[in-house]
Write a protein that binds this ligand. Structure first.
Ligand code: MN
Length: 152
């Protein structure tokens, strides 16, 4: 196999890196997320087929409520907040690690009046996230604390 050039991304500012654009969280716009940005720190290759991203939301921001076949491995590296995974809402703090299993509803929220930033590893080859149908929302709304937490 041909050698791969090494890559080092130096940090340029707090939670920013040289040569890494701060991008919109999702290309399709929409109102199902709030005040969240995306930076891709590492683009995978054939023998390491993962992407390594940094997501950051401002205070009161949130990610999309979604599920998908692919999994996420997440480490919080800035601030704190809460995450909804499956049927549970859990406080999350800097250096906590969160696994999002396949086809499990999830949403991150910066609920503590500060930013929430996390690294997220994801497969390069992945399915498109699904958003809840009216039927699913009805089910999720059946759990009072979930109803109160989720943003759609
Ligand atoms: Mn996801």
């Amino acid at each position: 196999m041909a050698p791969t050039a090494p890559m080092i991304r130096h940090t340029s500012d707090k939670f920013r890196w040289h040569g890494v654009d701060v991008l919109p969280y999702k290309e399709d716009g929409g109102t199902h997320f709030k005040s969240i940005s995306r930076q891709t720190l590492f683009q995978g290759s054939n023998d390491l087929p993962v992407e390594f991203r940094y997501f950051e939301m401002l205070a009161d921001g949130h990610s999309t409520l979604e599920r998908h076949q692919h999994q996420h491995a997440v480490m919080i590296i800035r601030g704190s907040g809460q995450v909804f995974v499956g049927d549970t809402i859990t406080p999350i703090n800097t250096h906590d690690v969160v696994h999002i299993p396949p086809m499990t509803w999830h949403q991150f929220r910066a609920t503590n009046g500060e930013e929430l930033g996390f690294l997220c590893i994801v497969s390069m080859d992945r399915d498109k996230p699904q958003r809840p149908t009216t039927e699913t929302l009805k089910e999720l709304h059946g759990i009072p604390q979930v109803k109160e937490f989720i943003r759609v």
